[in-house]
Design a protein around this ligand. Structure first.
Ligand code: ADP
Length: 227
C-alpha cells in the first residue's frame, strides 16, 4: 500500500535528513514512527503526503509512483490521505460541524449527504453533542478528536498523524491513540503515527519503526518505544 524504495532526502542546505529508507506498510497496518527530535519523522510523512519530494528513491502509494505524479493529480492523492498535527489547526470562528464540513467543500455533496457524513464521523469520535460549539469551547483532547474527524470524514485509506498527542496530557493522549486504533480497525485506515510519547507506544503496542540520523534502525512488530 505504501512503499519507499531507497528514499533519501537532502535539503538545499546540504542536510541529509533521510538516508536510503526502505519501508513497506501494508493496507490496514498501524505503525508508530519513533526517534529523537530531528530524526526525520515529519519529513518522512511529508514525502508520503507529497508536500516534499525525495532527493532519491521512489515512493509508491497503491502501486502508484508518486515521483511522477502530475500537479493536477495531487488533490486526488491527498483526498485519499488524512493528516493530523500536534497543533490542531482548526478554524477558530467556525463551529465543529463547519470545521469538519469544510474538508468536503470541493466534493459537491448534497446538504443531506454532507450532514450525514459529518454526523457519522462525529459519532465515531464521540462528539456529536458538541457540533455547534466553537473550537475555543472545547478541551485540547476534544479539539484533537475534531481534527481526527476532519481528517477521516472523506474516508481516506491512509491517516498520517504527526505528534498527535504533543499538546495533550497523558490520559488524554492514551484516549487519542485508542481512538486512532479504533478507526484503524473499524475503517481499515492505514495509520502512521510519528510520536515522542513513550507511554503510548509502550501501552498500546503496534509495529514500531525507529529512525536515527535519517536511517531506519529498528522495525519491530508490537514493539516498545526503546528496544
Ligand atoms: P523530526 O520530525 O524527527 O523531529 P524533521 O523531519 O522535522 O524531524 O526534521 C529533520 C531535520 O531536518 C531537522 O534537523 C530539521 O531542522 C531539518 N529540516 C526540516 N525541514 C527542513 C527544510 N525545509 N530545510 C532544511 N532543513 C529542514
Amino acid at each position: 500500500m505504501i512503499q519507499l524504495k531507497k528514499v533519501s532526502k537532502v535539503f538545499s542546505n546540504g542536510l541529509k535528513v533521510l538516508d536510503n529508507i526502505e519501508l513497506t506498510v501494508q493496507k490496514n497496518e498501524f505503525l508508530y514512527l519513533v526517534g529523537p527530535s530531528g530524526a526525520g519523522k515529519s519529513t518522512l510523512l511529508k514525502l508520503i503526503f507529497r508536500e516534499q519530494h525525495p532527493s532519491q528513491g521512489e515512493i509508491y502509494i497503491d502501486n502508484f509512483l508518486l515521483n511522477t505524479i502530475q500537479a493536477d493529480q495531487i488533490p486526488y492523492l491527498r483526498r485519499n490521505i488524512g493528516v493530523v498535527f500536534q497543533d490542531f489547526k482548526l478554524l477558530p470562528k467556525r463551529t465543529v460541524f463547519e470545521n469538519i464540513a469544510f474538508a468536503l467543500r470541493f466534493l459537491n455533496y448534497s446538504r443531506r449527504r454532507l450532514r450525514r457524513q459529518v454526523t457519522q464521523v462525529l459519532s465515531l469520535v464521540g462528539l456529536n453533542e458538541k457540533m455547534s460549539r466553537l473550537p475555543s469551547e472545547l478541551s485540547g483532547g476534544e479539539q484533537q478528536r475534531i481534527c481526527i474527524a476532519r481528517a477521516i470524514v472523506n474516508n481516506p485509506s491512509i491517516l498520517l498523524a504527526d505528534e498527535p498527542t504533543g499538546n495533550l496530557d497523558p490520559d488524554t493522549s492514551i484516549d487519542i491513540i485508542q481512538l486512532l486504533s479504533k478507526i484503524n480497525l473499524l475503517r481499515n485506515t492505514t495509520m502512521i503515527v510519528a510520536t515522542h510519547n513513550q507511554a503510548i507506544v509502550n501501552d498500546i503496542r503496534k509495529r514500531v519503526i525507529e529512525l536515527k540520523n535519517g536511517k531506519i534502525v529498528r522495525d519491530q512488530q508490537l514493539g516498545a518505544y526503546c528496544q
